[in-house]
Write a protein that binds this ligand. Structure first.
Ligand code: NDP
Length: 293
């Protein structure tokens, strides 16, 4: 049976197609719908995924609507990742620690908020090496950095140094998690030039620098030394070959790009929603294709 037959069969004999969506504002340019629908097709699942722009003042009504329409799950993107929490019934440990939700599971009518950004990052880096016991350096203290820092701490990283322009944002992350994890977290300001040393196991570029701009870079100086056991990871997924990763590779680091994190954060949601193993290569190809537009 070809995919369309599954679709018609669901319509005519039930159960009806499960519904999923992404809510945010703005959401044009978000490739998740294409990635998820390609994955549904690959597994011949007659499900639907929509992308919905929600007015800033209508978040509560939007979530109530998804509940009334029995959506099986949804993604939440900027600017609703924090504000949506009060409309949900429960949070996972990750979402609770991070204080933001990017993904919701409908478990028998109860909406549980999760945050899969940091888990996606962790899965991507763990393909190279387990992060427990690592000494990590993280540039950035925005939403992506916060999710990554919390997951690194939950996964048993030994220490994390947060480097950010606004040092108080880094301190706020450290303060909010310090009593819940064993990891030693410190913060330093990102000034005119920051010197990277080879004594880190993991260096993460989690700022938005480099997004849609292959030339822009953080003001980093790389101290000479042996970086062969160091992983350098960038959250920026478009382009994937960022200046940060180029510099890190030149120094001898193993590079992990942001596309892996994006695929895995979606794959975790996909599996939670469908109970099926996510078709990773289909999802990755869909993203790459979407980014060419
Ligand atoms: P936020 O707006 O929450 O945070 C932006 C961060 O970048 C802050 O730490 C900010 O510092 C820093 N920053 C911005 N401009 C500069 C600059 N010129 N110099 C130094 N630091 C700068 O964004 P997010 O955390 O949500 O997103 C960050 C990046 O992560 C984006 O590129 C996004 O696309 C990507 N991302 C990737 C994902 C993936 O799956 N690969 C998932 C989620 C996000 P300050 O606080 O001082 O302003």
């Amino acid at each position: 049976m070809i995919y369309q037959d599954y679709d018609v069969q669901a319509l005519m004999t039930g159960p009806l197609a499960r519904l999923y969506c992404c809510i945010g504002n703005p959401v044009v340019g978000n490739p998740t719908q294409y990635m998820m629908e390609e994955a549904f097709k690959a597994l011949q699942l007659p499900y639907r995924y929509l992308t919905m722009n929600v007015d800033q003042n209508n978040l509560k009504e939007a979530v109530s609507g998804l509940r009334a329409l029995n959506f099986s799950g949804f993604n939440i993107t900027s600017p609703f990742k924090v504000a949506s929490i009060e409309s949900l019934d429960a949070l996972t440990e990750s979402a609770s620690l991070i204080g933001a939700v990017n993904c919701v599971y409908n478990k028998e009518g109860r909406f549980t908020g999760d945050n899969t950004d940091g888990k996606g990052f962790l899965t991507s880096v763990s393909e190279v090496r387990d992060v427990s016991g690592m000494k990590a350096l993280v540039f950035g203290a925005g939403g992506a950095a916060r999710a990554i820092i919390c997951e690194l701490a939950l996964a048993g990283a030994d220490s994390i140094t947060i480097v950010n322009r606004s040092v108080e944002k880094g301190k706020a992350i450290a303060d909010s998690v310090k009593n819940k994890v064993q990891t030693d977290i410190t913060c330093v300001p990102l000034t005119q030039s920051f010197t990277v040393t080879p004594d880190y196991d993991l260096i993460v570029q989690a700022t938005s620098v480099g997004l849609f701009d292959a030339q822009s870079r953080l003001p980093l100086t790389w101290e000479d030394g042996d970086y062969s056991s160091c992983i350098a990871s960038d959250v920026v997924f478009n382009p994937t070959d960022t200046r940060f990763l180029q510099e890190a590779e030149e120094k001898g680091c193993t590079a992990v790009d942001g596309l892996g994190m994006l695929v895995y954060q979606g794959a975790i949601a996909f599996t939670e929603w469908t109970g099926r193993k996510a078709p990773l290569s289909v999802m990755k190809d869909a993203l790459v294709q979407a980014f060419t537009y």
